[in-house]
Ligand binder design. Structure first.
Ligand code: BGP
Length: 469
């Protein structure tokens, strides 16, 4: 049985700040406004793109760009063996379509990786975590245009060559299955008024799948010792009842939102049900034979996924109350408690998810996000976050059950090490960290770091795990 990697996770635009420093170009994440406007405009990018707002959370992040040494020292003391982070593509290629990379951006990540490796922390690196250089949206309409594939390939080649001796685990696109629904956020595209949105969504996914296959190929050529995985948001979908129609609806819901993308990225094939699906939705994709061969020839080595909740689904007529969710929502499950933001907490669902994904895809699995967002205040220099300890304890217990079931798990990264900007709300007050960061929804505060109670719990857990017989 392999020894699991234990870590914490983050994303460039949610932590770094320094959005225009050292040659960085604007990215799609940099035009997403703060709290009150964010949700509205994620789904109305056309109105947002040239408008100005009072506050852009990614401009400051939690100042990781200037404080990475301090944060990584805190992670070293925590005892983690891996750290999931992402590279901001727009630091390497500010516009995205130029030929020469930005040296200052490359050397920033050299420093960050060196700092991690100094403490024996393995960097787990996402190539694109919900951000694309903004110029690629304005000039090409993002992932709707296949020219992005070559730009992404160039970016991958540069970072693989540069970091080949430093990074052993790469992830292509964060929560890539969301591309079919989040056209701007995940697909970097601004849909026109009369666009068939479903068709667009599947085209975005296809183009990213082709780009990922090219990245997989390049990664194996340039970094033969490295592994490269896909990354999806996964929640098991339970039938609301044993009614056969509920079972069928739940199955279709899981296929539509999760398994479809996994089939493309891991099996390298369009699922058997796609013909009927595309016919019924009047979807005609631009797909070439050459692309289909690439998909099947260069699939992902492993599946990484975020796990925050399970979902429940059923017949349309019983859908009375939907829960909030991470990108996708479902029916309220009376057997589960919810977080402050309405995300249903289901540790057993993690064991189920691991078993299900392993059974379906037979490749190693990596949990690269799992955690709870809570409004918190600093009291006497700390936060007594017993709820987070309980959340982590229960999920890790189920993860270990899945490992005992025989599932091949590479590791676990909790979300998050330090508090960071919430992706969906753009707020700071939805806190996920083991380490409190003193700033608020408008970027006020000292940005100083304070260990929460959960920091010590995770530290003790990792130490215990690593010293087990
Ligand atoms: C995932 C994203 C992360 C992260 C997390 C928590 O969807 O990959 O970037 O933010 O969810 O979500 P939120 O910040 O919206 O609470």
């Amino acid at each position: 049985m392999r020894q699991l990697l234990w870590g914490v996770a983050s994303a460039a635009n949610q932590i770094e700040g320094a959005y225009d420093v050292d040659g960085k170009g604007l990215s799609t994440a940099d035009v997403l406004p703060g709290a009150k406007d964010r949700h509205k405009y994620i789904f109305n990018p056309k109105e947002m793109i040239d408008k100005s707002f009072d506050y852009y959370p990614s401009y400051k992040g939690v100042d990781f760009y200037h404080r990475y040494k301090e944060d990584i020292a805190l992670y070293a003391e925590l005892g983690i063996t891996c750290y999931r982070m992402s590279i901001a593509w727009s630091r390497i290629f500010p516009k995205g379509d130029e030929v020469t990379p930005n040296e200052a951006g490359l050397s920033f990540y050299d420093d960050v990786f060196d700092e991690c490796l100094k403490f024996g922390i393995e960097p787990i690196v996402t190539l694109s975590h919900f951000e694309v250089p903004l110029h690629l949206v304005k000039q090409y309409n993002g992932w709707a245009d296949k020219r992005l594939i070559a730009f992404f390939e160039r970016y991958c080649k540069v970072v693989f060559e540069r970091y080949r001796d430093k990074v052993k685990y790469w992830l292509t696109f964060n929560e890539v299955n969301s591309a079919t629904k989040l056209h701007f956020h995940s697909g970097a595209t601004i849909p026109e008024k009369d666009t068939n949105l479903e068709e667009l969504g599947y085209q975005l996914l296809h183009n990213q799948a082709v780009a990922a296959s090219k990245a997989n190929k390049l990664c194996h050529e340039i970094c033969p010792k490295a592994k490269i995985g896909c990354m999806v948001q996964y929640s098991p979908v339970y039938p609301y009842s044993a009614h056969p129609e509920d079972v069928l609806e739940a199955n279709n819901f899981e296929r539509d939102r999760e398994l479809f993308a996994l089939d493309l990225f891991v099996k390298g094939k369009y699922p058997f049900y796609s013909k009927r699906l595309f016919k019924e939705k009047n979807i005609n994709l631009d797909i070439t034979q050459e692309e289909l061969s690439l998909l099947v020839e260069f699939p992902a080595d492993f599946i990484s996924f975020s796990y925050y909740m399970s979902l429940s689904y059923g017949r349309k007529e019983i859908i009375t109350e939907l829960t909030n969710g991470n990108i996708f929502s479902g029916l309220k499950n009376p057997h589960l408690q919810s977080s402050e933001w309405g995300w249903q907490i289901d540790p057993v669902g993690l064991r189920f998810a691991l078993n299900r994904l392993y059974e379906l895809y037979q490749v190693p699995l990596f949990i690269v996000e799992n955690g709870i967002g809570v409004t918190e205040e600093l009291m006497d220099g700390t936060v007594d976050d017993d709820y987070r300890i309980e959340y982590l304890r229960q999920h890790i217990e189920q993860l270990e059950e899945a490992v005992s079931d025989g599932v091949d798990v590479i590791g676990y990264c909790m979300w998050a090490g330090t508090d960071l900007i919430s992706n969906s709300t753009g707020e700071m007050r939805k806190r996920y960290g083991l380490i409190y960061v003193d700033t608020d929804d408008n970027g006020n505060g000292t940005y100083n770091r304070y260990k929460k109670k959960s920091y010590y719990w995770y530290q003790a857990f990792i130490n215990d795990y690593l010293t087990r017989e």
